[in-house]
Design a protein around this ligand. Structure first.
Ligand SMILES: [Zn+2]
Length: 257
């Protein structure tokens, strides 16, 4: 089914509204705060926001990038997360067929947005997303692609490969190289995308992370001891694998037929 313009607009608005909630998750989950109560408030003066303070992107611009009460600057991340999530929803709308798999991949994209920013900001990948996403991924895989077999294998391989790499690194270098958050995040990717796309995600994220590491090394020699937020590399890689990974895999495996 081809999406019409109205459908895409609805998807974009939904993306903005959910993006607003993702901001709440990004701020509160690493701090072990509830994401449902209390309602949204200014991080500086902690006064509850009124509805017109909380219109995605629009309020941030209309209020001059400041809190409506105390005029404290509001971080650019808030409108960026909302706009990014909306853009991702529209992108999914034109890429996927409009069926149950689209809903699964929308939720997956939003989960990745949260993980990208919590890892970047706090070096935390909340269990609510990674473990919750793994369980949810396994459940929906009984009904939509990649199917439960590929999903289970994705969890075992994804979690296992990273856990093994981390354990080896720790033995050789004596420092923790891979957090359990990364292990659980790749397990989640495996649960939702299945094992082939999980492996593609791992390859993509290693390339991006490796290039980033080289740049760091060139900038200052101390980079080897700088812990990179691997989840922040995994997130865009998993997103790419989710949206365009299957054609890439088909093309690549075509050489071996
Ligand atoms: Zn305020």
């Amino acid at each position: 089914m081809t999406p019409d313009v109205v459908g895409l607009v609805v998807l974009g608005v939904l993306g903005l509204l959910i993006g607003s909630f993702l901001n709440v998750c990004i701020y509160r989950l690493p701090r072990d705060l509830s994401v449902v109560s209390p309602g949204s408030r200014c991080p500086a003066c902690e006064r509850p926001l009124r509805w017109y303070h909380n219109i995605p992107v629009v309020s941030w611009l209309a209020l001059g990038r400041r809190c409506g009460y105390c005029r404290a600057p509001i971080h650019w991340r808030y409108p960026v997360v909302e706009a990014l999530n909306a853009a991702l929803y529209v992108l999914h709308g034109v890429t996927f067929d409009w069926d149950a798999l689209l809903l699964v991949r929308l939720a997956f994209a939003s989960a990745l947005v949260v993980l990208f920013f919590t890892d970047l900001d706090c070096r935390i990948l909340p269990n609510e997303i990674t473990v919750g996403g793994t369980v949810a991924g396994l459940v929906v895989a009984t009904m939509v692609p990649p199917g439960i077999g590929s999903s289970v294998l994705g969890v075992l391989l994804g979690g296992g490969v990273l856990w093994g790499t981390g354990a080896l690194y720790e033995r050789v270098r004596g420092v923790e190289g891979m957090g359990m958050g990364d292990v659980k995040m790749l397990a989640m990717v495996g649960a939702v995308l299945g094992w082939p796309l999980m492996l593609l995600t791992l390859v993509l994220s290693s390339i991006v992370g490796g290039l980033f590491g080289v740049v760091l090394l060139l900038l200052h020699a101390d980079a080897r001891s700088t812990a990179l937020p691997f989840g922040s590399f995994l997130a865009p890689a998993a997103l790419a694998a989710s949206v365009v990974g299957q054609p890439v895999l088909d093309w690549y495996l075509g050489f071996y037929r």
